[in-house]
Design a protein around this ligand. Structure first.
Ligand code: SAH
Length: 263
């Protein structure tokens, strides 16, 4: 196994370098946020043009709000978590676009719109504020960081060791004391932390593992992609009530597969 390498975090230019040429496919533009493009050489930048990542994120969040995201805690979390810290440096300029991006091992960081939608569904559950939350599929750790801002305690499991380690590296500098990263098979949940007020999965299988529903508190909510009777992958919400489980199927989604075992 390779010894852990100190990883260079992708930078995020706070301002356009003076004299940056007008939009051109020049290499140095690779690491700029899309919203930074457009200043021309020699022009005096009007205030607001030299956008830092907070401004680019705010633009992303305005778009999410336009798509219906409205819960104040979710809006605040999406504004706060710097998504560009979770993607490879070559992809930093796409970090605030509503798109999934590769994170290695054939896996992807979820689209911000999907992260916001799923976290909002959890924040609309009966038990509020969210206590302990279980996330299956840490990936690069982005959604886990968002969850840690809306919940008291977050346990996040990843089955691919190199991604678990990547998430650890990405999150180290952010110091998120209420987030616990676990290396393991999330199909069996994490009984030591149960019962959870919410469970969220970032990978989709044919069925929702029974362990997840078992580990959900009464009054708790599970949000996950799963294959429906129509044979498509949709977001599924499970509300666990004193009288049983209520299943609601929402819009079609496209998540990486939920797999068992470790890698
Ligand atoms: N939460 C991430 C998304 C990662 S993609 C984000 O913030 O964008 C989904 C992840 O689920 C992948 O890293 C994949 O390895 C992981 N995964 C799939 N099946 C799993 C399982 N049984 N247990 C834990 N992780 C799993």
């Amino acid at each position: 196994m390779k010894p852990p390498q100190p990883r260079q975090r992708p930078g995020f230019p706070a301002r356009l370098p003076a004299g940056t040429p007008a939009p051109a496919p020049a290499r140095q533009h690779k690491a700029e946020p899309t919203a930074n493009r457009g200043a021309s050489r020699g022009a005096v930048a009007p205030s607001g043009v030299g956008m830092d990542s907070a401004a680019v994120r705010a633009a992303m969040v305005r778009k999410l709000q336009g798509q219906g995201i409205s819960h104040p805690a979710v809006v605040a979390a999406m504004l706060a978590v710097e998504r560009h810290r979770f993607v490879d440096s070559a992809l930093v300029n796409q970090a605030y676009e509503d798109t999934s991006l590769p994170i290695g091992q054939g896996q992807t960081i979820s689209k911000p719109g999907v992260v916001a939608r799923m976290v909002e569904l959890l924040c609309q559950a009966r038990v509020q504020p969210l206590g302990r939350v279980l996330e299956i599929g840490t990936g690069c750790g982005y959604q886990a960081a968002v969850l840690a801002r809306v919940a008291k305690e977050v346990y996040s499991i990843e089955r691919i060791r190199s991604l678990h380690e990547k998430a650890r590296d990405n999150l180290r500098a952010l110091r998120v004391p209420n987030l616990h990263l676990l290396f393991g098979d999330g199909m069996v949940g994490f009984p030591q932390g149960a019962p959870y007020s919410a469970i969220i999965a970032a990978a989709g299988g044919n069925d929702l593992p029974a362990a997840w529903i078992d580990q959900l508190a009464v009054g708790g909510r599970l949000v996950a992609p799963a294959v429906t009777a129509a044979g498509r992958q949709n977001l599924v919400v499970i509300d666990k009530t004193a009288n049983g489980v209520v299943r609601t199927e929402l819009e079609a989604v496209h998540f990486v597969p939920l797999k068992s075992g470790l890698a």
